[in-house]
Structures are given as structure tokens and as C-alpha cells.
Design a protein around this ligand. Structure first.
Ligand code: NDP
Ligand code: PYC
Length: 334
């Protein structure tokens, strides 16, 4: 499919499911970007997740995000229970303006449904020349290191560093061993998962994706991922007056909707500390990137940017079974 065809399909599916035009356009862009960048678990596959969430009635399909300024360097957007993408779009200009004015600024998205990757948010800020960090809890699916019962969400952390004239340095990963979407894709494909991704409902290691989905996922890197997952809960939950992953899944009451809660996004202007010497110090960062790539290691983001270039030139390949499921959504046969 060309990316325009993917966009058209995404918008039709979302509009058909009842999403307002503003929300459908914002959500579709995120999913097109995921498909374009070769992120299988957060590309058009997520249309199945978004429409399932809409069908539960637990996302507002026409919420109008409200932007506030609680303090000089702070922006808060109340998403009104809608998807996070439009809330971010509405808060982004003020976040950038404040980061440039004060050197650092923070945006809290409250009361939003987040079911997508975080790197689009971070890249929107590196495009403006800013360093960026983003965090969001999800549903309690992940056990802390040393336990087997879910407490944390899959709690991604994304970081972006602007590189003038080059693709930004961006990483974005779950603090669980893997994103839940990846386990769902294994289940759809009938493939086993590695035995260190999660536990069954009795707390035993398992390679059956359905058992992990019904049991508990594991954090990455043992106690280190566990501590980072807890940090995400705290700074994108209580710190901004929003839900923890335990509270999100409790409020879901088994409906199976995507998580409803908050997201914290930090933006830092390199010129804040560096003034006129920004270029000099950014070039020292380039020396570090060269030392990584110079030994054959790759930078996070490199696979995505390569996929992006390929997709822009050649389009994308959507698996036939997924395409059939998505077409069924446009015709109401799902
Ligand atoms: P991965 O474990 O695949 O890690 C992805 C990150 O690591 C990317 O930045 C990737 O770069 C980089 N990376 C992977 N392999 C290498 C390597 N060999 N060398 C250098 N860098 C590497 O991702 P996850 O499964 O943890 O998460 C996938 C997505 O799921 C994320 O985008 C995340 O935001 C999303 N997610 C969203 C949630 C939400 O609540 N909204 C919850 C959990 C996850 P590259 O992309 O170039 O491969
Ligand atoms: O894949 O873990 C995940 C996920 C949760 C919310 C959005 N993506």
C-alpha cells in the first residue's frame, strides 16, 4: 500500500467507528507513521485496538482538549477522555514556545487514552530543535522484579536529541521486556514468545503468548527496568494528578479498552544552558554518535529511519490477514 492508501484506510476505519474528524486525522497520522517506520506493533495493527476501545464506549470520540498554563513553564492539556494524539497536537505549540522562552518546559496530558508509540511526540520536539523526554503509564500488566503479579504498565520512556541536518537520536521503548502489542502479534501469528517475557496466571514462566497476556509480563533488565517502570508510574501518574496503571485497569472493569491516564513530556532548549555555543557542544555529541557507529554498533532510531526512507519510496506491506481484518472494519463485517 502507498502511505496515502494507509492514511485513507485509517481515517475511514476511525471515522466509521465514530471518531470525530479531528481525532481521526490525528490518530491516523500516528498509525501511518508507525507503519511507515516499520513498527509492526504500533502501525495500522493498532486500528484493531483503537476500534475495540471505541466500541467499549470508554474513549470520548469527540472530546475537545482544553489547554491551560498552570505556571510559566508548564502546560496542561485536559484531553477530556479522548485519544492522546489530538491533546498533544493542541499542547505542542505552547510547550515549544515555553521551552524556548525558559530553557525548559513540561507538558502534562491528562485524562487521555494512549495506545500508540511515544516517538512521534518526541520527534515533533526534536524537529523544533529541542531535547525531549516522554513517559506514560498504561494498564497494570507487568510484575515488579522479584514478584509475579501485575503492578506496572508497560510504561514506555522516549528520549529525543536534535541533530541538525540529520535524523534525530531517538529511543523509545517499554520498560517491560517487550511492548504488549508485540505479544499480541505473536498470539495472532500462533508463535511462541521467549520464556523471559512473562508468567502465566500461576506465576510460572511460559512461552504461550495467550498465557502471558492472561498472567503477567516481566520488566526488562530485572530490578533496573522495574525501578524505571515505577518512576514512570510516579511522574506520569500522581505527579501530574493522573492515574497509575493499577488505577487505569481497575477503572476499565474488564472492558478491554486502552489505558486512560496521563502523559508527561519534557522539552529542553539546548540554547538555555549553552547560549551562543550550542553548535560547538552539539558537535561534541556528534563525536559520541560517531564513536558508536564507528565500531559497527547502530543508533536507536536507525532501523526506523531506514524503514521510513524505504516506505516513502516503495510503500509498505501490510500482512494479508491484517488487511482483511481492517477492510472488514470499513464494511461493518468485523
Ligand atoms: P523495543 O524493545 O523494540 O525497543 C525499541 C527501541 O530500541 C527503539 O528506539 C529501537 O530503535 C531501539 N533498538 C532496538 N534494537 C536496537 C539495537 N540493536 N541497537 C540500538 N537500538 C535498538 O521496543 P518495545 O517493544 O519496548 O516498544 C515498542 C513501542 O511500543 C515503543 O514505541 C513504545 O512507545 C510503544 N509502547 C507504548 C505504550 C503506551 O502506553 N502508549 C506502552 C508500551 C510500549 P529502532 O526503532 O530504530 O529499531
Ligand atoms: O504495546 O504495551 C503496549 C502498549 C500499551 C499501550 C499502548 N501500547
Amino acid at each position: 500500500m502507498t502511505l496515502d492508501e494507509v492514511r485513507d484506510l485509517a481515517r475511514r476505519v476511525l471515522a466509521g467507528a465514530g471518531l470525530s474528524a479531528d481525532h481521526a486525522a490525528a490518530v491516523a497520522e500516528t498509525l501511518v507513521a508507525g507503519e511507515r517506520d516499520g513498527c509492526g506493533s504500533h502501525g495500522v495493527y493498532r486500528l484493531l485496538v483503537a476500534t475495540r476501545t471505541i466500541a467499549t464506549g470508554r474513549v470520548s470520540t469527540d472530546a475537545v482538549p482544553v489547554v491551560r498554563e498552570p505556571a510559566q513553564a508548564l502546560v496542561r492539556v485536559d484531553g477530556g477522555g479522548g485519544f492522546a494524539q489530538l491533546a498533544f497536537e493542541r499542547g505542542k505549540p505552547l510547550l515549544i514556545e515555553k521551552a524556548k522562552a525558559f530553557g525548559i518546559a513540561a507538558l502534562a496530558l491528562n485524562n487521555v487514552v494512549h495506545f500508540a508509540a511515544l516517538w512521534p511526540e518526541v520527534e515533533a520536539l526534536t524537529d523544533a530543535g529541542l531535547v525531549a523526554l516522554a513517559f506514560t503509564p498504561s494498564h497494570a500488566w507487568v510484575a515488579p522484579a522479584g514478584g509475579t503479579e501485575p503492578v506496572f504498565g508497560t510504561n514506555p520512556i522516549a528520549f529525543g536529541w536534535p541533530r541538525p541536518g540529520r535524523d534525530p537520536f531517538v529511543f523509545d521503548f517499554a520498560t517491560s521486556a517487550v511492548a504488549r502489542g508485540e505479544i499480541e502479534l505473536h498470539r495472532r501469528a500462533g508463535k511462541p514468545v521467549p520464556d523471559d517475557w512473562g508468567y502465566d496466571a500461576e506465576g510460572r514462566s511460559t512461552t504461550d503468548p495467550a498465557e502471558v497476556l492472561a498472567g503477567a509480563m516481566r520488566t526488562f533488565g530485572g530490578h533496573k527496568g522495574s525501578a524505571l517502570a515505577a518512576m514512570v508510574e510516579l511522574i506520569a501518574g500522581p505527579l501530574i494528578g493522573d492515574r497509575t496503571s493499577r488505577e487505569s485497569i481497575a477503572a476499565d472493569e474488564g472492558a478491554g479498552a486502552s489505558p486512560l491516564g496521563g502523559e508527561l513530556i519534557l522539552a529542553i532548549d539546548p540554547a538555555g544552558f549553552l547560549g551562543a555555543s550550542v553548535a560547538e557542544h552539539l558537535s561534541r555529541a556528534e563525536a559520541m554518535f560517531a564513536a558508536i557507529e564507528g565500531q559497527g554498533a547502530r543508533l536507536p532510531g536507525a532501523r526506523r529511519y531506514a524503514a521510513r526512507r524505504r516506505s516513502l519510496a516503495e510503500g509498505v506491506q501490510v500482512p494479508a490477514a491484517l488487511h482483511a481484518d481492517l477492510m472488514a472494519l470499513t464494511t461493518g463485517d468485523a
